[in-house]
Each structure stands twice: as structure tokens, then as C-alpha cells.
Design a protein around this ligand. Structure first.
Ligand code: SAM
Length: 307
């Protein structure tokens, strides 16, 4: 089957915010403000953001980079843009060395008062739903958009018997993933490739998991990724994703100023929010997905390969 295009309905508020962000000095101000707020929140929580980064900066990363990088890879154009207030997007050392501290900061308020455990609880809430809703014990798991390996490690904790592979488009993130997880005695496989065209063998995984990647994808890439996940899964295997929940009240009621800050760091948010995930998954060859919110801001989507 070919995929059906989802048409993004753009409401008045989004149009207004997009118009404001088209003014470059305002966009730059918004990005810098968002970043400063994240660092401040992390350090208040006891995450020594700047100190962590300084320590990591002192390492020689050439070994890890050479081990994970695919020099022949050509990056999709949508990836070569600014994300999360970094001009270089995901393709640089600064984002790679900061992303773990950033995750603790961004997820700290998910379950009430700011708490450093927010990130771990977010992953746990996803995996609890996942474990409860699949009828197999996955032996081979693929973590697409694995970044520095935090989601890969969390999957391993949930499914200790499984063999883990992480895919990401950023060699810098993968280099840090290799270093971080090796330091914990793990030996995961890392693959530098687009999630929508991994070049990994067909029908070789029981579970394909995508944690917090879909909000970074334009709809064409998201739909291609569903198709790639279907190709990679064994019969009876599962696709699972956890990401922002477009239906969450918090996004519907978000004050325009905060929405402006958020959108200044997430270029494909409108496309993600208007993607009809359930329909596209079925077009890609999955059964109708099970969808459940796992935090006030996130949802888990689980779909089984059609029999
Ligand atoms: C917000 S991070 C999520 C990281 C991680 N899964 C987690 O839960 O902490 C999104 C990751 O997706 C990666 N990514 C974005 N587009 C991708 C694509 N088309 N293929 C593979 N990785 C991609 C980015 O490089 C980034 O590392």
C-alpha cells in the first residue's frame, strides 16, 4: 500500500506564532531564552550542566566517532536544520554533550514539582504500558532515534534478556552513546543511518521502539519510518512510539509565548501534531494501534504487524 498524505490543519494561533518566528531576531531571542531556562532549571535540580559538559569536552572523542560514523551517509535535508536552539541542530558536539543534562531538565516537571527523577519516570511510564500490551518477550529490539543511548539503556532495563541496537542520524550522539553505555558495561550495537532507511536486514527485530523522535520528523519521513519499521519487524512483532501527545490539554491551552519558545526549537512540530498516526500505521501494514497517554504531555502508541 502507498501512504495517504495527512493534511496539516493550521489554526490561527499557529499561523500567528509562525509569523512571529519568521522575524529572525525574535526567533533568535526565543531560542536563547529557551536554552537559558533549561540550563537554569537543570542546575537548580542539582544537575551540574556546565560542569558535566566541561568534563566531557576534555575527552578525545575520535575513537568513538570513527567507530560509529558512516562517512558515506548522505543526510536528508530536513535534518540539516536548527533543533533545540542549536544552529547546527543535532550534528555537533555541543548538543551531543549537553543532551543528557537537557533531558533531566526538560522532563523534570512532568509529574508535578520539579524532580530529577522525571526523565526516568517518563521512560518507565512508557515501558509499563508497552510491557502490558505486547504478547511476546522481545529478544531483538531496535531503538530508532536513540540519541546518546538513554532510551536504549531504559529498554535494556525493561527487557534485560534482549539484544539492543540503536539507530541515529547524528554520529556525535552515537559516539556519546557508545562511550556512556560502555562505561556501564553494556555492549549495544550502534548504527549511523536514517530511521526510515536503516539498511538493516528485513524481519530481524521483535520490537522497534521510537522514543521522542517523531516530533522531530516531517510527515514524509515519519510515514517512511512506519514503513521501514514494518519491513524490519518479524511477523507478530511490534512497533512502539512514545512522544508528545497532541491531544493533551497542556498543548491546547499553552500560552502563545510558551508555544513560541517551543516551536522556535522544534521545526516540525506542526507537522507532527497533525499527523494521523493511527491511519498511517495501518497504511504501513500494522493493525489498528493501541494509544494511551503515559504522562500529562505524552502518549504511547503500540501497533502489531498485521497477521
Ligand atoms: C529528542 S531525541 C530522542 C532521543 C532518545 N530516543 C530519548 O528518548 O532520549 C531525537 C533523536 O532522533 C534522532 N533523529 C532525528 N531524525 C532521525 C532520523 N530520520 N533517523 C534517525 N534518527 C533521527 C536525532 O538525531 C535525535 O538523536
Amino acid at each position: 500500500m502507498t501512504a495517504s498524505p495527512s493534511i496539516p490543519p493550521v489554526d490561527f494561533r499557529s499561523k500567528l506564532v509562525n509569523g512571529i518566528l519568521a522575524i529572525r531576531p525574535i526567533a533568535t531571542f526565543a531560542k536563547n531564552r529557551a536554552r537559558a531556562m533549561m540550563i537554569q532549571r537543570a542546575e537548580k535540580l542539582g544537575v551540574p550542566w556546565r560542569q558535566n559538559v566541561e568534563t566531557l569536552q576534555r575527552r578525545d572523542w575520535r575513537g568513538e566517532l570513527a567507530a560509529v560514523e558512516n562517512p558515506a551517509l548522505s543526510y536528508p535535508s530536513y535534518y540539516l536544520t536548527s533543533f533545540h536552539a542549536y544552529d547546527e541542530g543535532n550534528l555537533g558536539w555541543e548538543p551531543a554533550l549537553e543532551v543528557e543534562s537537557a533531558a533531566y531538565s526538560v522532563h523534570s516537571t512532568l509529574f508535578g514539582e520539579p524532580n530529577i527523577e522525571g526523565d526516568a519516570l517518563l521512560r518507565e511510564s512508557y515501558h509499563q504500558i508497552l510491557k502490558f500490551n505486547i504478547d511476546l518477550s522481545p529478544q531483538k529490539i531496535l531503538d530508532i532515534g536513540c540519541s546518546v543511548g538513554m532510551s536504549t539503556e531504559a529498554l535494556k532495563k525493561t527487557f534485560p534478556e534482549a539484544e539492543l541496537t540503536g539507530v541515529d542520524l547524528s554520529p556525535y550522539f552515537l559516539a556519546v552513546a557508545k562511550y556512556r553505555t560502555a562505561a556501564q558495561g553494556e555492549n549495544f550495537t550502534w548504527c549511523h543511518a536514517p530511521g526510515e532507511d536503516t539498511q538493516l536486514p528485513a524481519q530481524s527485530f521483535d520490537l522497534v521502539s521510537c522514543s521522542l523522535i517523531f516530533h522531530e520528523l516531517p510527515q514524509t519521513a515519519a510515514i517512511a519510518l512506519f514503513q521501514e519499521a514494518k519491513r524490519l519487524l518479524k511477523p507478530g512483532g511490534y512497533f512502539a512510539m512514545m512522544d508528545m501527545n497532541p491531544q493533551a490539554e497542556v498543548y491546547k491551552k499553552m500560552p502563545p509565548y510558551i508555544l513560541t519558545l517551543l516551536k522556535s526549537t522544534e521545526p516540525y512540530l506542526d507537522q507532527y501534531f497533525s499527523l494521523d498516526v493511527a491511519t498511517e500505521l495501518q497504511w504501513a501494514g500494522f493493525e489498528a494501534p493501541f494509544i494511551q497517554e503515559n504522562t500529562p504531555r505524552h502518549r504511547t502508541v503500540i501497533a502489531k504487524v498485521q497477521a
